[in-house]
Design a protein around this ligand. Sequence first.
Ligand SMILES: *[C@@H]1O[C@H](CO)[C@@H](O)[C@H](O)[C@H]1NC(C)=O
Ligand SMILES: *[C@@H]1O[C@H](CO)[C@@H](O)[C@H](O)[C@H]1NC(C)=O
Length: 320
Amino acid sequence: MGLNARTILVLGGILFVCVSFITFKPSPPKSSPSPANLEQSQQPTAPLVRQPFSDPPPIYSEPLLDRDIPRPAAIPVEAVGVYDGAPEWLLNTVAIISCNLGYLDMLLNFYCNARKVFPINLLVLPQDEELYEFLSVNATQFSVLHPSVFSFHSANEASLWRSEAFNDISVGKVRAVRYLLQWGYDVWLSDVDIAYKSNPIPHFAGDVDFEFQSNAGCKGQEFQLGEEPNTGFYIIKSNPRTIRMLLDVEESHPRRPDIDDQTLWADILQEWWRSEQAVLIPSNVTDVKSYIQDLNFDEEPFTFRQLPCVKFPIGFDYFR
Ligand SMILES: *[C@@H]1O[C@H](CO)[C@@H](O)[C@H](O)[C@H]1NC(C)=O
Ligand SMILES: *[C@@H]1O[C@H](CO)[C@@H](O)[C@H](O)[C@H]1NC(C)=O
């Protein structure tokens, strides 16, 4: 099936993520898989037991950097740890996906594909009531949080790529991730327009604050100032540095409403990098601690790495 650049943009928003493990699924199925189909595609792992959402945790308006905030009961324990048998560094990680009803087919498709490859436990953050209702009734194998937890309300605003409404929605995802970080969870975010051909986790180093697929592709050099991490595929760890960075991204949004979350985030990362609050961990470094120690930072810097570009190429390269 044909997939041109424009389709990628429209379907994926700002996502150019495509991985040799991950490949676009450009055409959603003609009709939604029935619950029975979804059931069939599941691996024979322990079923997720979704806990009824009764008492939403408060929406925090102030930055809370206290790691001891009680975890909201609304996050089912089944959604934590990514998958049974995952590496230890993921034990506190929640694999999340966030979209609205318009992406339902792609969400179901993503889930069916991912579960064929490895028994991923996914927490869905619906961006509208309609998707929440649908999943609650028709796809109870998902762990789902109510959209009000993150003030998602995008049903009526689903909108053109990079329009202001689109940017609001995309920054909403950043806010949702930041809440999870404040609640003490590390986050693996994957967008719905991705399908895994094998488990991507073994290709993460897992030793930095932020590990991402780069939009720059493979140029035979390390990630450079000015290049963009893709905000559709990354793992971010919970700590005051990451929470502060996401707050900076969120706070820059009202000043630049015409800019999407990915560009805002890339700009903030650059600022931090230039001012030596953030440091790139080169791909050949295996001991991050001593690498940082040798650089003599005043304060512990925000550390980041690019995922191997050969394994995680940009979409345009993949289809070239
Ligand atoms: C459940 O799925 C059916 C069939 O696709 C659909 O008609 C119905 O609206 C769904 N229920 C909810 C609450 O979305
Ligand atoms: C990593 O590569 C750089 C050159 O690109 C080299 O200077 C450095 O010594 C290497 N570091 C390690 C730990 O191999």
